[in-house]
Design a protein around this ligand. Structure first.
Ligand code: TYD
Length: 148
């Protein structure tokens, strides 16, 4: 990620940092592991994954009021478009040992899935329908009235 070191990296989409997870290289096959509160800044309370995503499809398209997550391209590649209501940035994930941390109140869209890609999500909360903001205008109103 090409964040600069000024304070803009600490607010808004600047908080969406790339995380490099441990990689145990082995001729028998590589291994990566993730521990909550060590490699991601939250307890992992749920894991889900997206797979068999048809070419050209978009996933996400929402924000969360309190949930934090780390999104990992376990296989293949895709882009994550991140939006804090003021600015946007796009992160390309294409290695099994990189993820992007997405804090609360960030609108995200997952696009450009490669064939056979798998998106693993580590989440700070169980599934709660009420935690979603699915309307972009609602998100903008909430984000612009929120101190991040
Ligand atoms: P959604 O979060 O909208 O998917 P995405 O953001 O990846 O496009 O979820 C799609 C559907 O799956 C929706 O009906 C809610 C359901 N769902 C669960 O029941 N549990 C879960 O943990 C998740 C992530 C989704």
């Amino acid at each position: 990620m090409d964040d600069t070191s000024d304070k803009s990296s600490l607010v808004g989409v600047g908080r969406c940092q790339i995380i490099k997870f441990p990689k145990i290289s082995d001729p028998r096959g590589n291994l990566t592991f993730v521990e909550g509160l060590r490699h991601v800044p939250f307890e992992i309370r749920r894991v889900y994954y997206l797979y068999d995503v048809p070419g050209g499809e978009t996933r996400g398209g929402h924000a969360h009021k309190k949930l934090q997550q780390a999104t990992i391209a376990i296989a293949g590649s895709f882009d994550v478009v991140l939006d804090d209501g003021h600015s946007r940035k796009t992160v390309s994930l294409n290695r099994s040992y990189y993820g992007v941390y997405i804090p609360r109140m960030i609108w995200r869209e997952l696009v450009n899935f490669s064939s056979g890609s798998v998106c693993l999500v580590l989440a700070s909360e169980p599934y709660e329908r009420e935690d979603y903001i699915r309307d972009y205008d609602d998100f903008l109103r909430a984000a612009r009235g929120t101190v991040l």
